[in-house]
Design a protein around this ligand. Structure first.
Ligand code: ADP
Ligand code: MG
Length: 260
């Protein structure tokens, strides 16, 4: 059975989509079958992998409300071992339509049963909210990665997110764990960046990944080429940092020896 990891933070612009694409591509490059689920109506993961969201007919939304099977709408990317369940703008209406469904928080979990054994990892790119689709993502997930940008107000909203995770653990998904807090857009030369790293690691200790994601131009420009940074420039600091994150996660999950 594959492990489902949600990438969540209700703040926008903290690196959720960048982490989704590049972590998934790194796991795929290490030969783990990986599926990205774009669960954000902004569809940035879909376009960042070179697909036009306007041409997408079915998304995780149709899987949740119309009982369409994910395996029937998954797209293969040009990258070996990496597939995508794309998104489109109609996901916006999903929250409203889902309100009256029975077990409305468990729709994504039910629907992903269909593909769970086809992959080693399923990575869900969440939207910047704590709405019903994010609740569905956290209910479907085995673990969650919380990207935190090394910027002003880095910790703002983090308490609320961790509280939401706690409530989901109590009511909907007792098995949900925190895979880790990921520091993103780190800049060695900026004092504030170092302060944030210090503050977050002091506060959250071993919940924080050892891998730091640097601010790196390849990570910001590769989506415009429709590829992960690894495919554009495998030697870039950005691509290497996400490979290191993938290895850290694999070691933590007992899927890779420490020396690999
Ligand atoms: P979110 O999905 O949380 O809204 P994104 O991943 O889209 O955040 O990142 C927000 C912006 O910052 C995007 O323009 C993205 O290209 C850029 N970005 C994200 N991570 C990095 C990084 N490590 N280095 C440089 N730019 C980054
Ligand atoms: Mg995003």
């Amino acid at each position: 059975m594959g492990k489902i990891i949600a990438i969540a933070n209700q703040k926008g612009g903290v690196g959720k989509t960048t982490t989704t694409i590049n972590l998934a591509a790194s796991l795929a490059a290490l030969e783990f079958r990986t599926l990205i689920i774009d669960a954000d109506p902004q569809a940035n993961a879909t376009s960042g992998l070179g697909f036009n969201p306007k041409e997408v007919e079915n998304s995780i939304y149709e899987c949740m409300v119309d009982d369409i099977r994910p395996r029937d709408i998954i797209i293969e990317t040009d990258f070996p071992n990496l597939d995508l369940l794309p998104s489109h703008i109609d996901l916006v209406g999903a929250e409203i339509e889902m309100i009256n469904l029975p077990k409305r928080e468990e729709k994504m979990k039910e629907s992903l049963m269909d593909v769970k054994d086809m992959y080693d990892f399923i990575i869900i790119d969440c939207s910047p909210s704590l709405g019903l689709i994010v609740i569905n993502s956290l209910t479907a997930a085995d673990s969650v990665i919380v990207p935190v940008q090394c910027e002003y107000f880095a910790l703002e909203g983090l308490g609320k997110l961790l509280n939401t995770i706690k409530i989901i653990q109590q009511r909907l998904n007792p098995a949900l764990t925190i895979e880790g807090i990921l520091l993103t857009m780190y800049d060695l030369r900026v004092r504030l960046s170092n302060q944030v790293v210090h503050e977050v690691t002091t506060h959250f200790k071993n919940m924080v990944f050892q891998t730091l994601i640097p601010r790196n131009i390849r990570l910001s420009e590769s989506p415009s080429y429709g590829v992960p940074a690894l495919a554009q420039d495998a030697d870039s600091k950005g691509a290497i940092s996400y490979l290191n994150l993938a290895r850290e996660i694999l070691v933590k999950n007992g899927k890779l020896g420490v020396d690999n």
